[in-house]
Design a protein around this ligand. Structure first.
Ligand code: FEO
Ligand code: CA
Ligand code: CA
Ligand code: CA
Length: 628
């Protein structure tokens, strides 16, 4: 989602103050423990502290870091728009007609506000980088950016159906020839999943629970549609996981005075300014269907290799505002899924399957996401991370506290996490594990609401965000064990501009003047083991959102370099790579957002009169064809 408050409403940056808790945190976390250790490892690994007067960097000035109606790439790179909102997806879909949008056309076209991306090779199991399935989330809609003003007075049923059809997910077959990507027309894999008609099975401990039953689904086992699919993940067995994030923005009406009211309020329901879907779809009227919100906020599994497959909501992974669902295979074959709950003062979660995945037996994957242990992170100031299990009957998670079953614990994962003493974080976004080292990187995008620091959230408020590095301990064979009950952790970088001491930014020693970033959101590793960080909110600080790359070890650790800048108004999402690392796909979400339909701040990517800006997927490559 775009930033939620204009700069004028943001709290001011903290003034320098020797007694500032930040300094205490710095002292606690680095001056004693890390700086000394890193100093012993050599100057190349040392940190630079702008707040201590050793700052480097300057305000933006390069063309790449200047807001522009068009997107831009760093020298030596090229960018190609692959698919845009409204482009045909399924066979026979009509062409985009912005002056005559309909739900039936949209249901067969590329949806709005693309977010998560995955490239899955074709044939399945190959490492092809020239042919594959591009899997794309469509997170949310803003009808004023989609429709000409005159169309906003169309009947509510038409508008709601159009918006529902623009949500969800697209599967596209894509091929590359001569460095250029093409969407294959009439592909047997082409598919749209939406919030209007797609039937989704509910699986895991909450399936069929009375709190998931509604008038339309008295069994509580089948939901129509998926909402607010933000980031996601890819499983070892070739499915994709979609994280349902801000599901509060769809429900309106009056809540009954019961325990469900408190549950919904904890998820922000009803949300101020929620889309007026209840006007045309009774599912979204809280007075009529008080259980409907409990059917969203889950992780949804989709098999893109089978266009007829039924997507599944995997309730064992918990219900909250899932930014992502990043999967790692443990050395013993158990499956680990990391997920951030993207809201100020919410938490980081980890799921570990009970069973083991056997690549030679695809059937072994079937129930792995239905039977396992969901845990939530407690980040201690001594640099330890404890994973606290959300298990019914354990600790405070009993009927005394209102949890009658594991289903209750999962439906109200936020309340369970708070009772366990999990650490409230600075808006946990994407999580990504380094395939080479097992270390896990968590983007904490920002938190204007924080008033008290802790070591893992060392600025209050935190308008710029930071990235944490989680370090699983070795198993008996010296391999990183992501299933361990406790990890250690470090702050990888603190975003902001090092040239402004009040930002409290911190990067590696090799950071450059134009390499600072703000509001980290999606993260990904390339085949060379470098970390890519996409941003959402840098616009507020005079720099376009975009994607940066940094080493995670050695002299270039935590020294980002910007590679791509979004057109004005957009955030960047979904970085993912072909297996050979020569194409980086990115999602450009909400270009021109916040400007009038008739006079948008950009008409990217078409730049055609009367065609609005269109969220699109972009392929980035090096002009010499080498790895990005
Ligand atoms: Fe949908 Fe947390 O961004
Ligand atoms: Ca975001
Ligand atoms: Ca995001
Ligand atoms: Ca990611």
């Amino acid at each position: 989602m775009p930033d939620d408050a204009p700069p004028s409403l943001r709290p001011p940056a903290p003034a320098p103050d020797p007694a500032d808790p930040l300094d205490a945190v710095v002292a606690r976390r680095w001056s004693r423990r890390d700086v000394l250790r890193l100093a012993g490892a050599g100057a190349a690994a040392s940190w630079v502290w702008a707040c201590g007067g050793g700052g480097r960097g300057a305000e933006a000035g390069s063309p790449l870091r200047t807001k522009s109606p068009d997107h831009r790439v760093a020298d030596g790179y090229a960018a190609q728009v692959v698919v845009r909102w409204g482009d045909p997806v399924t066979p026979g879909a009509p062409a985009f007609a912005p002056a005559a949008l309909t739900a039936d056309a949209q249901a067969r076209q590329f949806g709005f506000n693309n977010d998560f991306l995955a490239f899955l090779p074709l044939p399945k199991g190959s490492a092809s980088s020239d042919h594959g399935l591009l899997c794309v989330n469509h997170e949310y809609t803003t009808r004023a950016d989609m429709l000409p003003p005159a169309d906003l007075s169309r009947p509510a049923a038409e508008l709601v159906a159009l918006e529902q059809a623009a949500h969800g997910h697209s599967v596209l077959e894509v091929t590359r020839a001569g460095g250029t990507w093409t969407v294959v027309a009439a592909s047997p894999w082409a598919r749209r999943i939406d919030a209007r008609t797609t039937r989704i099975r509910v699986a895991g401990p909450a399936a069929g629970h009375p709190r998931l039953r509604t008038t339309a689904d008295p069994t509580g086992t089948e939901v129509v549609g998926t909402l607010n699919d933000c980031s996601g993940g890819v499983t070892p067995w070739g499915t994709v996981l979609l994280g349902e994030e801000n599901v509060d923005g769809y429900f309106s009406g009056t809540l009954a005075d019961d325990a469900e009211r408190d549950n919904h309020r904890r998820m922000g329901i009803p949300a101020k300014g929620a889309r007026p879907w209840a006007a045309a779809d009774p599912r979204f009227d809280l007075g009529r269907e008080p259980h409907e919100p409990n059917r969203f906020g889950w992780v949804v599994e989709v098999d893109p290799y089978d266009a007829a497959s039924v997507p599944v909501k995997r309730t064992a992974l918990g219900r909250f505002k899932h930014e992502a669902a990043t999967t790692v295979l443990a050395p013993d074959g158990r499956v680990v899924v990391y997920s951030g709950d993207d809201e100020a003062m919410q938490c980081v979660y980890r799921y570990v399957s009970r069973g083991r995945y056997d690549p030679l037996d695809p059937a072994s994957a079937e129930d792995l996401l239905d039977d396992g242990t969901l845990s939530v992170g407690r980040f201690d100031d001594d640099g330890t991370l404890h994973w606290l299990p959300l298990v019914h009957g354990a600790g405070p998670l009993t009927s005394t506290a209102g949890f009658a079953s594991q289903a209750d614990v999962l439906i109200e994962a936020r309340r369970a996490a708070a009772l366990l003493g999990a650490t409230p974080m600075d808006r946990p976004e994407d999580v990504e594990a380094n395939p080479a080292t097992g270390r896990v990187y968590v983007a904490l995008t920002k938190n204007k609401d924080r008033t008290q620091t802790d070591a893992a959230n060392p600025r209050a408020p935190n308008p710029y965000g930071h990235v944490l590095e989680l370090i699983p301990p070795p198993d008996a064979h010296g391999r990183p064990d992501p299933t361990a009950d406790a990890y250690t952790w470090e702050v990888f970088l603190r975003a902001g501009n090092p040239a402004r001491p009040t930002d409290g930014a911190a990067y590696g020693a090799a950071a450059t003047a134009d390499g600072w970033l703000a509001c980290p959101d999606n993260v990904a590793f390339d085949p060379r083991g470098r970390l890519w960080i996409a941003t959402d909110g840098a616009d507020d600080y005079g720099v376009p959102d975009g994607v940066y790359v940094t080493d995670v070890a050695g002299p270039g650790r935590a020294a980002p370099q910007m590679v791509y800048a979004c057109p004005v108004g957009a955030e960047l999402c979904g970085p993912c790579f072909t297996p050979d690392g020569t194409t980086l796909f990115v999602s450009v979400q909400h270009p021109g957002e916040g400007s009038p339909y008739g006079a948008p701040s950009t008409r990217w990517p078409d730049f055609t009169p009367n065609v609005p800006p269109r969220p699109s997927v972009v392929a980035i490559r090096r002009t010499d064809g080498t790895q990005v």
